[in-house]
Ligand binder design. Structure first.
Ligand code: G3P
Ligand code: MG
Length: 255
């Protein structure tokens, strides 16, 4: 029997790493900015520190988005809490602190937002361990209608699925390009959606995926004119750094 998925009111536009064109990515401020700009859903990355604390962060290292250096997998919470993760983006963001998954979930609940949480397997830690830590916390905080868990890492998703069925945990298969065997991969995970690089998607693949009943999300379009054809093909959502660029261009949800 096909899995029964939650009734997600998936928006056309999702703010990538929060409103990352206008605020430091993956921070509480970036999520508040997305909310203030009228977006109900954000995409965020989560990974584990060396002490096992899940934090909202994209890279394996601190360098690009903080005033520190080093690998997250070697640091503990006390160390990363001392970092400034906003000043690199602009003076107005000075003093921003790295968000733990708990901080972020609290904010998402407060703002009544949905999240596409990406399990980011960047270190030597296993994706299985990441899923083990993250999934129960997501399920405790958010209803399934406001949650999609995605990852490029198949073992992470497989472990996540073993922890919760499709009615409780919508899973998105994240791929740089949709593989030939996309259907088997989705079926093995009782997946809700496929998330792929919009520049590598074809009209034919889009039609196949949609005909099979999966939602199709694209990262990370920031050029609405170049992306326009994908809406016509049937893509459901764009995960953009600057979703306002698509205002008045993206079709209404569900059309
Ligand atoms: O989840 C979509 C997208 O965020 C995947 O790539 O590198 O931006 O996390 P990345
Ligand atoms: Mg991501």
């Amino acid at each position: 029997m096909p899995p029964s998925h939650p009734a997600i009111a998936l928006p056309r536009l999702i703010a990538h790493r929060g409103l990352s064109a206008h605020a430091p990515e993956n921070t509480l401020t970036a999520v508040k900015a997305a909310h203030d700009a009228g977006y109900q859903w954000v995409e965020l990355d989560v990974q584990l520190l060396g002490d096992g604390t899940p934090v909202i962060w994209h890279d394996a290292t601190l360098k690009r988005c903080s005033d520190g250096h080093g690998r997250l997998a070697t640091l503990d919470l006390a160390a990363v809490r001392k970092l400034d993760v906003g000043a690199w983006f602009g003076d107005g963001f000075r003093g921003e602190r790295m968000a733990t998954l708990s901080d972020m979930l609290e904010l998402l609940v407060e703002l009544d937002m949905g999240v596409n949480m990406e399990l980011k397997v960047t270190s030597k830690r296993s994706g299985t361990e990441l899923a083990e830590v993250v999934v129960p916390r997501l399920l405790k905080s958010l209803p399934p209608e406001r949650l999609i868990l995605s990852s490029f890492d198949q073992p992470s998703l497989q472990h996540a699925r073993s922890l919760a069925d499709a009615s409780l945990l919508p899973i998105g298969v994240l791929t740089e390009s949709v593989p030939e065997k996309w259907r088997a991969r989705c079926e093995a995970l009782d997946a809700y959606s496929i998330h792929t690089d919009w520049t590598r998607l074809s009209a034919r693949r889009t039609r196949e995926i949609k005909a099979a009943g999966y939602r199709l999300l694209c990262y990370t379009p920031n050029d609405p004119a170049a992306f326009a054809q994908r809406w016509e093909w049937g893509v459901d959502s764009a995960i953009s750094d600057d979703p306002a660029l698509f205002s008045g261009i993206a079709p209404p949800p569900g059309t």
